[in-house]
Write a protein that binds this ligand. Structure first.
Ligand code: HEM
Length: 492
């Protein structure tokens, strides 16, 4: 696909049209990815050895939405049951722990590593996962990367960082690191985060009650936009535009049952137009401005590296999903845990910043937003004397199970216990930010931003939970999405 414009297309309008067409092709590829995923991968899950668990995984969204399942109660019961056999490892009162909200698999009854009937390896053990993720014998196989690579005449000269591997990826991460260090994050963005948090709370006070998922999306988008350089939009409302095109995966069912029917075609066109809007109103103006006057952000860096407009658009989509949607969902879950567990909330509010981060990271360990990561082996990986994963194998890392590996996290793996003592070298969020070369560069930013917002929000004495979030499943990040989480400030 074009990285140079056809002759005679220099004018801004023609260039925009040309890029818009590129966006349409990208959107088609995204649909193709989803359709292929549904047509090829999903049946594998249903027919493989651990079919019941995976079936429930994929049907979870409809279960939640149609049956109004009380997940909280289910998981709490399980936790309380386990508390009776508490082994005394941890000084925290386990009778009062905040239990996992998502009823996804735990490590418990599965082998640490197994191969299914289709040759896919499933890993649920932390040490094995660490060996795979930190080693040099795999490449990225998640987030549609394999499908895009297989496309004839792969159109991207420069892949998004999430898809890259090897020397190219290493060099790019080295360059990008400067935007994400704790020092940069604190000195460049902290004040902005404080201001955005303040604005969000002002909105809550003004309205009396708010849908927290909307509010947190605005906050997450505003913060990540600073790092990326998406700050030259010609119209307000970028958070809504990003949310709108990311919502296209909500049309999974429509896509799966796609027929050449007017309704389906119309919805496809609508999605392309949403992506086009994001490009024309947000991405393109940012690129143009940075070509004239480079700034200290990711887009300026990509422009300097000679990325085409289409390639920058793809990178912005990566940040939109990897950085913005994930953070929004995490803030919602952290708020939910604390609003339903007054002891945890008080402990959080009384803690120093470092301890507050630890509480947040423990919540993220328990509720990882991205639930599956995928890798393909480039060389055989020896797991034990008896077991070797051969080259060119697909590995599915089950993050929910890995993060609750009892041999690492100790007692009560399915509850928030802020005083966990993890083995040396194990980070508190475990694999919720990934591990190894692709580990999330925005991890510190996400935790700091969440803390700034929550510390202010939870300190409101008359804050109350009006309705628990409705939980769905977002295929693009293989994780949860929350909606309709209403909080209010009571009139006193
Ligand atoms: C709670 C919030 C977040 C979660 C749970 C999260 C999770 C993840 C995970 C699991 C990965 C690894 C993917 C893999 O190994 O295949 C990742 C990568 C990435 N994340 Fe995050 N993330 C969050 C916030 C952010 C933020 C705020 C940004 C930037 C503003 C960001 C940017 C990225 C990028 C660019 C990558 C790709 C890195 C690479 O492949 O080298 N993330 N994230």
């Amino acid at each position: 696909m074009g990285t140079t414009l056809p002759t005679g297309m220099e004018s801004g309008a023609w260039e925009s049209l040309w890029i818009y067409l590129n966006c349409c092709v990208l959107a088609c590829i995204a649909y193709l990815a989803v359709i292929t995923h549904r047509a090829i991968l999903r049946p594998q899950f249903i027919f493989r050895e651990d079919a019941t668990e995976q079936e429930s995984f994929y049907t979870l969204r409809s279960l939640f939405e149609t049956k109004g399942l009380d997940v909280n109660k289910t998981m709490l019961d399980v936790t309380l049951e386990k508390n009776n056999s508490q082994n005394g490892q941890c000084p925290v009162d386990h009778g009062n722990l905040s239990a996992r909200r998502m009823p996804f698999e735990t490590q418990g009854n599965h082998p640490p590593v197994m191969q299914d009937a289709h040759g896919v390896w499933h890993v649920r053990d932390y040490e094995i996962a660490k060996k795979i993720m930190r080693g040099q014998k795999t490449r990225q196989a998640g987030f549609g990367s394999e499908l895009v690579r297989q496309l004839p005449g792969n159109f991207m000269k420069n892949e998004p960082v999430l898809y890259q591997d090897g020397a190219e990826h290493k060099a790019q991460r080295r360059e990008l690191a400067r935007f994400f260090t704790p020092k940069t994050t604190s000195s460049n963005y902290r004040r902005l985060m404080e201001r955005y948090a303040h604005e969000m709370l002002a909105e809550l006070y003004a309205k009396g009650r708010v849908e927290l998922s909307d509010l947190t999306m605005t906050m997450a988008v505003q913060v990540a936009a600073q790092v990326v350089g998406l700050t030259s939009s010609v119209l307000p409302g970028m958070a809504g535009r990003i949310d709108a095109f990311i919502q296209q995966t909500d049309l999974d069912s429509t896509i799966a049952e796609f027929r050449w029917e007017p309704k389906a075609i119309l919805s496809h066109l609508q999605n392309q137009s949403r992506m086009g809007k994001f490009y024309l109103l947000d991405v393109k103006p940012a690129i143009m401005r940075r070509k004239r006057k480079p700034q200290d952000d990711v887009i300026s860096h990509l422009v300097a590296q000679g990325y085409s407009d289409a390639e920058i658009m793809v990178e912005c989509i990566t940040y939109g999903t990897a950085g913005m949607v994930t953070t929004r969902e995490f803030i919602v879950f952290a708020t939910w845990h604390m609003l339903e567990n007054e002891a945890l909330r008080q402990q959080y509010l009384a803690a120093e910043e470092a301890d507050r981060y630890q509480i947040l990271e423990e919540i993220l360990r328990l509720e990882p937003v991205v639930s599956h990561l995928f890798r393909r082996t480039t060389e055989p990986i020896e797991i034990s004397d008896e077991l070797t994963i051969s080259a060119d194998s697909l590995i599915d890392l089950h993050i929910y199970a890995i993060n609750t590996d009892e041999t690492i996290v100790g007692a009560q793996p399915n509850a928030v216990c802020p005083l966990r003592e993890l083995p040396r070298g194990t980070l508190p969020p475990m694999m919720s930010f990934g591990d190894g070369r692709h580990r999330c560069p925005g991890a510190f930013l996400a935790i700091q931003e969440t803390d700034i917002f929550l510390y202010k929000l939870l300190a409101i004495p008359n804050l109350k939970l009006v309705s628990k979030p409705v939980i769905g499943f977002k295929d693009i990040i293989k994780g949860y999405e929350t909606r309709n989480f209403i909080v209010a400030v009571d009139e006193e």
